[in-house]
Write a protein of this length. Structure first.
Length: 233
């Protein structure tokens, strides 16, 4: 059997200027990382520098203050670009009005969109399916994942890439929601990344069949279970 390389993409959740530990999408309870194996503090510059030293060149940055409409941590995105990273940046609905760059792609989350009338806005953009188990979160409610993916395909919308983010699994290390991946791949064959709940290296072998373009991780990285920018399985 041919071996496959799985790209690992670190996720930095930024709130109040610090890297915070995101758990289950409960943003009111997020706290700065104080026990990360990457850095002795929760300063984004420290974590970004450390990731660069470890060989990572792609990073996902969620500016939670911008997402919640209470501020901005744009300087963290700018610093990552300065250090030479390719950046996926989630800044909330504001990302719709911002232009992607050569090394910068704004992530348009479904939780910032109205369904189904605004699905067209993710055409040729990187978009995240913001899941609560097997339902997709939109501004106007939650909808069955299979229905949403079929709508994307049926209407001819072509995302630059789809990110499957399992909000209820984030930060738990309870394992990737493979039922959700089955539902997505039943209709969608394009570029796909997944995040939320990865246990560690042992689980990656089980994900080969989904032909993933990358794994988004945070907790497993801070805990020291994964330290390489790619895993060959």
């Amino acid at each position: 059997m041919a071996r496959r390389v799985i790209n690992i993409i670190p996720v930095l959740d930024i709130m109040g200027g610090f890297v915070v530990h995101a758990i289950r999408g409960e943003r009111d309870n997020y706290k700065p990382f104080t026990d990360s194996t990457l850095c002795s503090n929760a300063k984004p510059t420290c974590v970004i520098d450390r990731l660069y030293y470890l060989g990572f060149r792609t990073i996902y940055i969620a500016d939670l203050d911008s997402i919640m409409g209470i501020g901005s941590n744009r300087w963290v995105i700018d610093y990552a670009l300065y250090r030479g990273f390719r950046v996926y940046a989630d800044v909330g609905r504001d990302g719709l009005s911002l232009m992607d760059g050569e090394n910068l792609h704004y992530v348009i989350g479904t939780e910032y969109l109205m369904y189904p009338q605004e699905l067209r806005l993710i055409n040729n953009r990187v978009s995240s399916l913001d899941l609560e188990y097997e339902r997709v979160k939109f501004m106007n409610g939650t909808y069955e994942l299979s229905e949403v993916v079929k709508s994307i395909v049926r209407t001819g919308v072509t995302p630059r890439a789809l990110l499957v983010i399992n909000l209820k699994y984030v930060g738990t290390m309870q394992g990737i929601n493979r039922k959700a991946l089955d539902l997505v791949r039943a209709s969608y064959n394009g570029p796909l990344l997944v995040g939320g709940g990865l246990r560690g290296v042992d689980e990656i072998q089980e994900l080969i069949k989904y032909n993933l373009d990358g794994l988004l991780i945070a907790t497993a990285l801070h805990r020291g279970f994964i330290r390489a920018p790619s895993i060959t399985v």
